[in-house]
Ligand binder design. Structure first.
Ligand SMILES: [Zn+2]
Length: 228
């Protein structure tokens, strides 16, 4: 299955859905990331510049993806923190969905305003989720949308599934027990963003821990899965 992960920032694939990505890659799926912004506001270092940060985070992103079995990454280069759900963004995402002939598209839930009532969800995460919805249906599968894409060879293609990570209304618990270590090691490949790697290594499993119906224990990522 061709799986396209479309997210706002370098490190979003690993934090939001690293277990699923590792599981699907191990199962033989073709997986590509589309990282929409450069992550160029993700630093408090007064000596850091946006240009250096973009370059650094691309290197980190490639190392992190490799930990999960992914080496196919598209960086769209939008400005961090300034995403808007414009027709131009929808056209770019529609093009990438068609280019990859994505069967499954994974993004962040546009409905999620906060996590656990303690953290506000980043605006870019909500905007990109909404823009992916709008690019995916009906535009990706409809030849009348963005005829300029058709004119340069991007034929209509309709994905079969849309998965929202960090969902407000989850309907799918994905067992990632065998891929928790891969997820943690991938997150740790983002040192510019991870100030407390030992704390991350403790908290990630705590957040994924669940009891199965048969009483056994495992680790699960939560999604809202939409079958189209
Ligand atoms: Zn992010």
């Amino acid at each position: 299955m061709n799986t396209l992960v479309i997210v706002a920032h370098p490190d979003d694939p690993e934090f939001f859905c690293g277990g699923a990505i590792a599981r699907w890659a191990a199962a033989g799926d073709a997986i590509r990331y589309v990282i929409v912004t450069g992550g160029d506001k993700g630093s408090d270092d007064p000596d850091m510049t946006p240009e250096r940060l973009v370059a650094l985070r691309q290197i980190e992103q490639r190392k992190a993806a490799a930990r999960l079995g992914v080496d196919d990454i598209v960086f769209l280069g939008y400005v961090d923190g300034e995403l808007a759900n414009t027709l131009g963004l929808q056209r770019d995402l529609c093009r990438e969905i068609r280019r990859f002939a994505a069967d499954r598209v994974v993004t962040t839930d546009p409905l999620t305003l906060s996590y656990h009532n303690t953290r506000v969800n980043h605006n870019d995460h909500r905007i990109i989720g909404q823009a992916v919805c709008d690019a995916l249906f009906p535009a990706a599968g409809n030849r009348m949308y963005f005829p300029e894409l058709l004119a340069i060879g991007f034929a209509p293609h309709a994905p079969k599934e849309l998965w929202f990570s960090g969902p407000t209304m989850p309907n799918t618990l994905l067992d990632v027990t065998d891929w928790v270590d891969a997820k943690i090691s991938a997150i740790r490949e983002h040192p510019s963003q991870v100030k407390d790697p030992e704390g991350i290594a403790r908290r990630i499993p705590q957040g994924l821990f669940r009891m199965r119906a048969d009483g056994s224990q495992g680790y699960f990522e939560n999604y809202r899965r939409v079958v189209l």
